[in-house]
Ligand binder design. Sequence first.
Ligand code: CP
Ligand code: NVA
Length: 314
Amino acid sequence: MAVNLKGRSLLTLKDWTPVEVRHVLDLSHRVKKERKGGKRFLRFQGSTLALLFEKRSTRTRCAFETAFGEEGGHPVFLSTADIHLGTKEALEDTARVLGRMFDAIQFRGFKQSTVESLAKWSGIPVYNGLTDEWHPTQVLADLMTLEEAFGSLKGRKLVFVGDGRNNVAHTLLVGCSQLGVHVTIAAPAALQPAAEVVDWARSMASETGSTVSVTADPAAAVQGADAVYTDVWVSMGEEEKSAERIALLSPYQVNDSLMAMTGRRDAIFLHCLPAVKGKEVTEEVIEGPRSRVWDEAENRKHTIKAMMIATMGR
Ligand code: CP
Ligand code: NVA
């Protein structure tokens, strides 16, 4: 059956079926190829996109703005310093006003409940550009990058090493299990993923033929990995936990020795960025031949464009 995502939001990848995620990945490869081939389109001409940011961003903001703008759309950047978002005006009132003026909304911020309320009250597609809980547009780019590196996703093995209960680790559990990628989280006991996310991913994996593992042992975890993935030890909004995280996560640094333990000469390194070099990853790994982080960052744009074409483009 043809996939139709018109009018849909992306609040968490869990809301989308594997077929829908696959559809957006296929479209992502297509839009990347078109762009590289010099083809130009105006698939967002006459449309407007509100970009709401409570937290900072380089890649997500630039990906949404350039992807939308270069195809004729008009993106409007609105930080919390610019608009009444939850202060002075009720969130549902802001959402209803934006819904009357824009074709879609991107929200990056703290609470998942904010992005959900925006979707509920605005009546237009809302995209989660990162909350404390989830980072769905990131994982679309991660899956695309893995697929580019190996030509396929089913049966590949991705190992996330680090803060296993953060937004990126949780979203990888969802996205990998949906697309049949074996996923392992290596994290200290205090930072392992939420049981309900692991249970959700295991149930999905049983349908797609993949597996989900959680361990405290990074050396054992990375054996046979196609991709080793890490993220910052201190996510935005958790800055006061910095000393505690460094103490807990230092044994989980991704360095040459850990990459060698994959036993795979072709294993790649992924990181959503921004990276703190010398902490979660060494300079030698992120700058080395296994690193695909710049492709991964570029793919944010192609996947975000594809998602917007699928949900609101022409
Ligand atoms: N990976 C990512 O979301 O980067 P930004 O924080 O720069 O948007
Ligand atoms: N886990 C990180 C991801 C940044 C893209 C954070 O939330 O800060």
